[in-house]
Each structure stands twice: as structure tokens, then as C-alpha cells.
Ligand binder design. Structure first.
Ligand code: ATP
Length: 235
């Protein structure tokens, strides 16, 4: 579904990605874990076309999308729930969801809205409330719901657990599993919370300083001594 080959990118003269190779098969949940500043967010943003890759390729469903403008990439079935959620705080929940559907076929809107509100009943209760008045967990639900409104083949999630209480993190990850299992959406997730991410994922990758240093099934990585010491607090 998504193949990243030798990808390099950065910001001006600062190179953040030094040749990244990652693949995500259709129907999988794949997690990328790594410390703050490893380049995880830059990878998702480069997949979405901004910043542009300076070398390497991004292939989505067999098509080379490297260098395409972001809206062209989104139109090909990729949706991104960005770090820090970036919902529109002055717009209502419904309006935020409408923004997510802006490039989708309007004929599907009612059905897609029903599907998203079914996944997130809390959003249904707050449909006319402004986005900015929601709790952190509800804003994360809205960011994921908004991304789903475009009927993506693959959903990119950047740090969905950031700043949320453990119970809310568990709820969000359960819903991500449901989106994958029940709705067949492929998920590529980046997280500093390695424990939850690797428990959820079929496969995972570890990134250090803009390079992938390890990969394996979620269970293999969770059992790995080095990962336990560095990313799971030695537990
Ligand atoms: P976090 O989880 O904290 O976002 P990350 O693994 O996602 O960390 P990135 O945000 O991708 O890491 O950062 C990778 C590198 O690129 C870091 O060295 C960071 O300082 C640098 N960087 C990120 N954004 C910019 C920017 N807008 N301009 C310049 N350098 C940046």
C-alpha cells in the first residue's frame, strides 16, 4: 500500500531523514517509534509532500507520488492526522468534519458522517460545539474523524497519544484498532509511546537520528532488550 525507499528530506540545510526504507501492506497497522527529534514527524510530512523529498521515493498503491503537491496526494487516498491535532478551534465539530470531506464525493457525506459518529459517539453529542472547547482526547477523536471523512485507503497518525491521560490513550488506540479491523483502513502510526504503539501494531520500525535502526513484528520489538531499555523505561 505504501512503500518508502531511501527517503531523504529536511529543512534547508538541516537534513532530518537520511535514507528511510519502510513498507506498509494493505490492511496492516505499522508503528514507527523513536525518541523526540528522531524525524518521525518529518517522515509523515515528507510523505504528504511538504517538505519535499530531496532523494528517494514514496509509492502509494503502486503509484510514485514523490514530489506531488499535498492535495494531489490526499486525493489518491491518503489522510493525515497531524501532530498536535490541528483541528479548527473556532469551527464546530460538524464543520471540522465537513473540512475533512472537502475533497470527497459529496454523495457519500451523510454515510461517512454516520460512520465517523458511530466510531466516536462523543463527537455526535458535541456536533455543534466549537472544536476549541473539546477536551484533548475529544480533539484527538475529531482529528482522526476528520481524516476518515475523506475515505482514505491509508491513515497516517502522528502521536495520537500526546498529552492524553492513560485511560483516554487506551480508548483512542482501541478505536484505531477498530478502524483497521472493521473498516479495513491501513494505518501508519508514529509514536513516542512505544508500548501502546507496538502492542497495537502488526509490525513496527524504530527510528534513530533520521534512520531506521530496527524492525520486526510488534511482539518481537516489545520483547527486544534494547527497546525495553531505551523506549519502555526498562520495564
Ligand atoms: P517529535 O516527536 O518531537 O515531533 P520527531 O521524531 O517527530 O520528534 P521531527 O519533528 O521530525 O522529529 O524532527 C527531526 C529533526 O528535524 C529534529 O532535529 C528537528 O530539530 C528538526 N526540525 C523539525 N522541524 C523543523 C523545522 N520546521 N525547521 C528546522 N528543523 C526542524
Amino acid at each position: 500500500m505504501l512503500r518508502i525507499e531511501g527517503l531523504q528530506s529536511g529543512y534547508g540545510r538541516i537534513q532530518a531523514l537520511h535514507g528511510v526504507d519502510i513498507s506498509v501492506a494493505e490492511g496492516e497497522i505499522v508503528a514507527l517509534v523513536g525518541a523526540n527529534g528522531a524525524g518521525k514527524t518529518t517522515l509523515l510530512m515528507t510523505i504528504c509532500g511538504n517538505p519535499r523529498a530531496s532523494a528517494g521515493r514514496v509509492v502509494l498503491a503502486g503509484e510514485d507520488i514523490t514530489g506531488l503537491a499535498t492535495h494531489h496526494i490526499m486525493r489518491r487516498g491518503l489522510a493525515h492526522s497531524p501532530e498536535g491535532r490541528r483541528i479548527f478551534p473556532r469551527m464546530s465539530v460538524l464543520e471540522n468534519l465537513q473540512m475533512g470531506a472537502a475533497m470527497a464525493d459529496p454523495a457519500h457525506f451523510a454515510q461517512d458522517l454516520e460512520r465517523v459518529l458511530g466510531l466516536f459517539p462523543r463527537l455526535a453529542e458535541r456536533l455543534h460545539q466549537r472544536g476549541g472547547t473539546l477536551s484533548g482526547g475529544e480533539q484527538q477523536m475529531l482529528a482522526i474523524g476528520r481524516a476518515l471523512m475523506s475515505r482514505p485507503k491509508i491513515l497516517l497518525l502522528d502521536e495520537p497519544s500526546l498529552g492524553l491521560a492513560p485511560l483516554v490513550v487506551r480508548q483512542i488506540f482501541e478505536i484505531v484498532a477498530e478502524i483497521n479491523r472493521e473498516q479495513g483502513v491501513t494505518v501508519f502510526l508514529v509514536e513516542q509511546n512505544a508500548f501502546h504503539a507496538l502492542k497495537l501494531a502488526h509490525r513496527g520500525y524504530v527510528m534513530v537520528n533520521g534512520k531506521v535502526t530496527m524492525s520486526g513484528t510488534g511482539a518481537e520489538l516489545l520483547a527486544n532488550e534494547e527497546i525495553r531499555a531505551h523506549y519502555l523505561g526498562g520495564g
